[in-house]
Each structure stands twice: as structure tokens, then as C-alpha cells.
Design a binder for this molecule. Structure first.
Ligand SMILES: NC(=O)c1ccc[n+]([C@@H]2O[C@H](COP(=O)([O-])OP(=O)(O)OC[C@H]3O[C@@H](n4cnc5c(N)ncnc54)[C@H](O)[C@@H]3O)[C@@H](O)[C@H]2O)c1
Length: 291
């Protein structure tokens, strides 16, 4: 039986792409979900559904009533999802509001949606690359947009909340997360233009695996506030990883070699601390790369 059985979990952004699947996953584990959403979606099935704004102190206070755990997904998830001001302030105010209130209430654990963009690499206006492979959570960030800045700041907010109130916070640095069909469609584009995947290290994650990572983030033995890269163990490109790196990132230091289509980010932390291994990977052939 899951440790979440019978426990109340607040999920923010519950009607979003990751939220809907996460709520379904937590329901199946026996959790009593309080869903906080700023949109009314008939697909959203939870024990309590509240329509509200994660920036509002009173909406979040109401949503946290009786909560044992928090999953904070609500955000404007792209630099162009609003004006720079809207994207930045919505994301950082929401994360502060949710974690500060949860911490002050004595809630033990939260999972928040960070992003591979906390590194600043994918949306950077300059042609930068990951600093080394396998890319890991200790790599320096280089931020050139407001969405990435908001995600980096969310990780700082998590550290503050843990230091102040002792709430443990797992910040999942999601890569592109989507349904199997959409991931396959994206992979078809990467096959034609493999270099377009470099700045995200050809990472991807099935939405069902994002929900599974959330479950482990809530239940794995862990204390502190840390970011975790999380991704499928393989790339979304139908080419050997070594060939991709030889062709498109020859100047980037490689600290080890990669086998087959192994993803060139370091999954050690998410594997060893949370026990995560993706369960839904793309079934791709390995083709020979002809740049
Ligand atoms: N999907 C991805 O590829 C991806 C990758 C990296 C990180 N993330 C992060 O994961 C989280 C979920 O992403 P998603 O793809 O499900 O996005 P989404 O846009 O589908 O869902 C986010 C939800 O949050 C809600 N929301 C936005 N502002 C709100 C507010 N002020 N109050 C209440 N609700 C609000 C939206 O209405 C939406 O339902 C986000 O934090 C996003 O930044 C997503």
C-alpha cells in the first residue's frame, strides 16, 4: 500500500498537462487530493476541487486546509506564456506563497516543478551549450530569460523554506514532458534536425513518468531542498549519443562515454535518492547520423 493512501495532498496547477495526470496517479494511490486550479476543467476529478489563484494568500490558505503534502505545479510554463512581468511574478510569487504557507503550517514535504530551464541554457538568447556532459545539477546556470529565472528562483525559495521551517522540498527539473504521441511527434522532428535537441540534451519525459516522479518525490526518504534532473534514460533522437555529441557539441567536455542512445545528463541523484527510473520510453531505432 502506498504511503500516500488516505493522506491529503494539495496539487496546484491541477488542470494542467502534468497536473491532470498527477492527480489521476495520486487518486489511484489512495491519496485524498485537494486540487487548486485557476480554470474549471471537467476532466479534473479530485476529492476537493478549489478554483483559485496560487498568488492569493487566502486561496492558498484554504487549499492547504488539512494537507499532509504539497505538489506545486501551477505556473506560466514558457517565456511566451505571458508578458515577462506576468511570467516571472506569477511563478515566483506562487512558489513563495505556497511554500511559505506550507512551511509555516508545519507540512513536512513538498514537490515543486522546477525545469531543465533553471539552468538557463535552452532559452538563452546566446548560442550557449550545456557546460559538460553528463550535465548535472551542480553545473553553473547562465540565465537569459524571465521564465528560466523564475525556475531558478523557485529553487532558491525551496532552500529558504527548508532552512526556515524545515519543510523538505524536492524540486523536479522536468525536461519536455508530454504524452507518448506528442513525444513521438517531437522525436520525428529531432530525427530531421538533431541539432535542435542539443540545448535540452535530447531529454524528454512521458507525463505518466512525471506523475511517478512526483509520487517518489513525496514518499522517498529525503531531507533538504534539492533540485533533481529527471528524464527518460534514453534520448529522443534515433542516433547514438556519442555521434550526436561528436557532430553538434565537439567542444563540450565529455566526462565519460555514453552507451547507445543513453541520455547525456546525470540521473544519479534522481535514481539513488528518489529511486526513479522512467517506465515509458520512446521505442526508436538507432540510425546512423549523417550531419
Ligand atoms: N510540460 C513541460 O514540458 C514542462 C517542462 C518543465 C517544467 N514544467 C513545469 O511543470 C509545471 C506544470 O507544467 P504543465 O506543462 O502542466 O503546464 P500547464 O500550463 O499545462 O499547467 C499549469 C497550470 O497552472 C495553472 N496556473 C497558472 N497560473 C496560475 C495561478 N496564478 N493560479 C492557479 N493556477 C495557475 C494553469 O491554468 C494551468 O492549468 C509548471 O510549473 C511548468 O513550468 C513543465
Amino acid at each position: 500500500m502506498s504511503a500516500l493512501n488516505g493522506r491529503r495532498v494539495l496539487v496546484t496547477g491541477a488542470a494542467g498537462r502534468i497536473g491532470l495526470v498527477t492527480v489521476e496517479h495520486l487518486n489511484a494511490l489512495g491519496a485524498k487530493v485537494t486540487a487548486l486550479s485557476n480554470v474549471d476543467d471537467p476532466e479534473l476529478k479530485a476529492d476537493r476541487v478549489l478554483i483559485g489563484d496560487t498568488r492569493s494568500e487566502s486561496d492558498v490558505a484554504r487549499a492547504l486546509e488539512g494537507a499532509d503534502y504539497v505538489v506545486h505545479l501551477a505556473a506560466l510554463p514558457h517565456p511566451s506564456a505571458g508578458t515577462p512581468y506576468e511570467v516571472y511574478t506569477t511563478n515566483v510569487v506562487s512558489t513563495f506563497n505556497v511554500l511559505a504557507q506550507a512551511g509555516a503550517l508545519g507540512i513536512d514535504r513538498a514537490v515543486i516543478a522546477s525545469s531543465i530551464n533553471a539552468t538557463g541554457v535552452p532559452f538563452n538568447p546566446h548560442e550557449i551549450r550545456p557546460p559538460y556532459f553528463p550535465w548535472d545539477e551542480t553545473a553553473p546556470s547562465d540565465i537569459g530569460d524571465w521564465y528560466s529565472l523564475s525556475k531558478q528562483n523557485d529553487e532558491n525559495t525551496a532552500r529558504m523554506a527548508w532552512r526556515r521551517w524545515g519543510i523538505d522540498v524536492v524540486a523536479l527539473r522536468f525536461p519536455h514532458v508530454n504524452s507518448a504521441d506528442e513525444l513521438q511527434r517531437m522525436s520525428d522532428l529531432i530525427r530531421i534536425k538533431p541539432e535542435s535537441g542539443l540545448r535540452e540534451a535530447w531529454t524528454y519525459l512521458d507525463t505518466r513518468d512525471a506523475a511517478y516522479a512526483v509520487e517518489l518525490g513525496l514518499t522517498a526518504p529525503f531531507t533538504g531542498a534539492l533540485p533533481f534532473f529527471v528524464a527518460a534514460s534514453t534520448t529522443n533522437a534515433p542516433y547514438p549519443t556519442e555521434d550526436l555529441l561528436d557532430a553538434y557539441a565537439p567542444e563540450v567536455p565529455r566526462r565519460r562515454r555514453f552507451a547507445g542512445r543513453e541520455v547525456p545528463i546525470d540521473l544519479t541523484a534522481v535514481r539513488t535518492v528518489l529511486g526513479f527510473e522512467a517506465r515509458h520510453e520512446l521505442d526508436l531505432p538507432t540510425l546512423s547520423l549523417e550531419p
